[in-house]
Design a protein around this ligand. Sequence first.
Ligand code: NAD
Length: 302
Amino acid sequence: MADDIRFDGQVAIVTGAGGGLGRQHALELARRGAKVVVNDLGGSVDGSGGSSEAAKAVVAEIEAFGGEAIAHGASVTDDAGVADLVKTTIDKWGRIDILVANAGILRDRTLTKMELADFEAVIQVHVFGTFKPIKAVWDIMKAQNYGRIVVTTSSSGMYGNFGQSNYGAAKMAVLGLMNTLKLEGAKNNVKINAISPVAATRMTEGLMPPEVLEKLKPEYVTPGVVYLVSEDAPTGAILTAGAGAFALSRIFETEGVYLGEGGLSAEEVRDSWEQITAEPGQQAYFNGGEQGQKFFRKLGGG
Ligand code: NAD
């Protein structure tokens, strides 16, 4: 077996680490030598309330096995709180190598019943609550010429889930953020990936029978996150993980068809649908420009 993945001398921030998946990520990073900032607002699953107890309890667990950790109760949506989270980390340990943006809430409703406030709250925590900590650590990681970031997406965003238009929109947004930042961070060895977990946590309790939930322990997802924040991590990957299974999720684009410039019509698009959607030759692109190159290749008859 190759060398163990270790994080000795490295500093990690894990948001939403007071319970569920984030707690497991924090524990495992600490077991492997990282100094960990356990961030959690400590609210309920819909984002209401707050208490610093959850984060403190995880810190106590880490200290119990000889690891190093501190708790921070900032909301990931709060500018001053996020600034203080990062300042506290730097004051204490002088660097930030890893950020796992994991905090999240749910406000499930069908669109008919969804209030703007439910949409906004979920977008705030998942999109702004991913963006703000990333923005706050970005220049520190660039200056160090080292950084590893994981954002947390969901099958709900990539494929859809009934009653989760707010959550699905938010979870796709973090992939858009990742896709650009993987390009902007490359020069300074800042890598960013996404985890798409399935796990039995308070978010999913009651959604599945107990015997299924038993197979979905959050600790089965964590090895994927640990790899994605390790030195050898890829960048721009969407790793799906649950029940001990791991796979890569990608957006593919079909080869498509060139319909010419003059006299293009909706009818031509309709009549070419089979060719537009044909799978042979489909590809996953690493950046938007690659798609443009294909269009011009087709224009040239390629
Ligand atoms: P969880 O509710 O146990 O954990 C989420 C944590 O985030 C909680 O401890 C909560 O207090 C914290 N949090 C919420 N709002 C916060 C804020 N504003 N600031 C700081 N902390 C905040 O649920 P989980 O299942 O462990 O979810 C972790 C992540 O995984 C979430 O982003 C979730 O959307 C995602 N996810 C989970 C599943 C699953 O099957 N459990 C599936 C797909 C995605």
